[in-house]
Design a protein around this ligand. Structure first.
Ligand SMILES: [Zn+2]
Ligand SMILES: [Zn+2]
Length: 269
């Protein structure tokens, strides 16, 4: 099983997860062209993609869906609330009949050899979810998780992410940078609120509760362009792990900030 972030950040999100037989995108918040270019770097093309699973209807997660649905006819799956949000977004143009499919949070959907599990997250969208993907292999299950766009996490979120072999976790902003930065007050309040985004510090705390011996890779994702930068996100998360109540050191793990506009390293489990 492989994960490759094609783009991650407030300006557009698209993560590839696949096996030899099944190829999935989580979100399509950048252009079809950029997604296809990204996939080419991994020896794939958009024609290989079997399905797109969408987290929520914000434009940084769905921007490419209109063109892809008309050109490639790839089926799109999400919760009923997100599907209606996509259908209502006139900037995407018309989406052909039969492309949009409803799935329910907390219910598994098997696609080829991947089992996809949507679970609820707290964010200011109709019915947002994050996803875990598992595949059974000779030496046991492999699990890849992507969780971004959430204001806070609770035991339900932690339980869903447990035992991931790879994960991409939101590290959206530095609280201090956001507070003193140029954003208007209402936007600061929104980002810091229960339905906003995870700060670097909260991201570190969430990751801290998910560490285990077989965790192969941690991507930090959905960084804000104005209120964060790579090194700060990276160092803050490392510090949380080092100071956290666990038996690990941050140097035990491969941590990488997923790139905003270009392909990040591919990770195989
Ligand atoms: Zn969002
Ligand atoms: Zn977003």
């Amino acid at each position: 099983m492989r994960m490759m972030p094609i783009a991650s950040g407030s300006s557009g999100n698209c993560i590839y997860v696949g096996t030899d037989n099944t190829h999935i995108l989580l979100d399509a918040g950048i252009s079809r062209k950029r997604i296809d270019e990204g996939l080419h770097m991994a020896g794939l093309s958009i024609k290989d993609i079997d399905a797109i699973f969408v987290t929520h209807e914000h434009i940084d997660h769905i921007k490419g869906l209109g063109v892809i649905s008309r050109k490639d006819g790839i089926p799109v799956y999400s919760t009923p609330g997100t599907i209606s949000g996509i259908a209502d977004n006139t900037t995407l143009g018309s989406i052909p009949e039969g492309i949009l499919n409803e799935i329910q949070a907390d219910e598994d959907i098997v696609y080829g050899d991947i089992c996809i599990h949507p679970f609820r997250i707290s964010h200011d969208a109709n019915e947002p979810v994050a996803y875990t993907m598992t595949m059974s292999k000779a030496d046991g299950f492999k699990k890849a998780s992507v969780v971004t766009d959430l204001g806070y996490f609770d035991d339900y979120v932690v339980d869903n992410l447990r035992e991931s072999d790879i994960m991409l976790v939101e590290a959206n902003h530095d609280i201090n940078m956001l507070q003193v930065g140029p954003y208007p007050f209402y936007l600061k309040k929104r980002i810091l609120g229960q339905k906003g985004h995870l700060s670097n510090e909260s991201s570190g705390k969430l990751i801290n509760s998910l560490l285990h011996d077989n965790l192969k890779k941690i991507y930090l994702g959905h960084l804000s362009k104005e209120n964060n930068y790579d090194k700060l996100a990276y160092e803050t998360v490392r510090l949380e792990i080092d100071m956290g109540d666990n038996s690990f050191k941050s140097s035990d793990f491969d941590i990488e900030v997923a790139k905003r506009d270009i392909l990040s390293g591919i990770c195989e489990i």
